[in-house]
Design a protein around this ligand. Structure first.
Ligand SMILES: C[S@@+](CC[C@H](N)C(=O)[O-])C[C@H]1O[C@@H](n2cnc3c(N)ncnc32)[C@H](O)[C@@H]1O
Length: 186
């Protein structure tokens, strides 16, 4: 079920100025494992995607995340190359789970915080922790529920820095789980 069927023009002639790293698609098995961590209910844990949650992929790409969101949750998507610019998305959602475009990461993160109560992003760790301004932005939003670290090459990223699935939650002031993405899941 889609959230807002009339969102976006669906104009496939859209010609965004994207950088090569903005177009790196996530391997499907990695997206599946990441979603599974939030969807395999650890009952009433802050990780959980609740049964009535709405989920948005703000930059669907080929759909590695969007197509694997739990079937029974309401979902929607944006994708600039298909004429749906996330910066025009006007609605609130419960979750965003995706791998975002890196060249515009700060603006993208800000927009994620505006529309979603849970933001789970697969990103190079440095994108978040190398800037005090960005760390403050996360703390103003809430906090980090979990950070699961993985080698960038394992996610198919064309660079060597460590990456992580980072789940940020509005108003969260609990503990942060930091762990390596378990080998058997890779
Ligand atoms: C790193 S790729 C990841 C794609 C997909 N989420 C995945 O994990 O496979 C980032 C995607 O963001 C899209 N994108 C960039 N700017 C966007 C915007 N303003 N609104 C929606 N999508 C955007 C790009 O076209 C690209 O498909």
């Amino acid at each position: 079920m889609s959230l807002h069927e009339n969102f976006g023009s669906g104009n496939s002639d859209a010609n965004p100025d994207l950088k090569p790293n903005d177009m790196v698609m996530t391997p499907r098995h990695i997206a599946k494992q990441m979603i599974g961590f939030y969807a395999d209910n650890h009952l009433a844990h802050p990780h959980d995607i609740s049964p009535d949650a709405t989920i948005l992929d703000p930059c669907r790409g080929d759909g590695a995340f969007y197509n694997q969101y739990p079937d029974d949750r309401t979902r929607d998507w944006c994708e600039i190359t298909e004429g749906r610019d996330f910066f025009d998305w006007p609605y609130k959602v419960d979750w965003i789970i995706t791998n975002p475009p890196y060249s515009i990461f700060p603006q993208f993160l800000e927009k994620c915080f505006e529309v979603a109560d849970n933001v789970a992003l697969l990103i190079p760790l440095a994108k978040l922790v190398s800037s005090l301004k960005r760390i403050n932005m996360v703390m103003d939003y809430g906090g980090i529920v979990s950070m699961r670290v993985i080698g960038a090459s394992k996610c198919g990223f064309p660079f060597g820095f460590p990456a992580a699935a980072i789940h940020m939650k509005r108003g969260y002031d609990g503990n942060t789980l930091i762990e390596m993405w378990p080998d058997e899941e890779e």
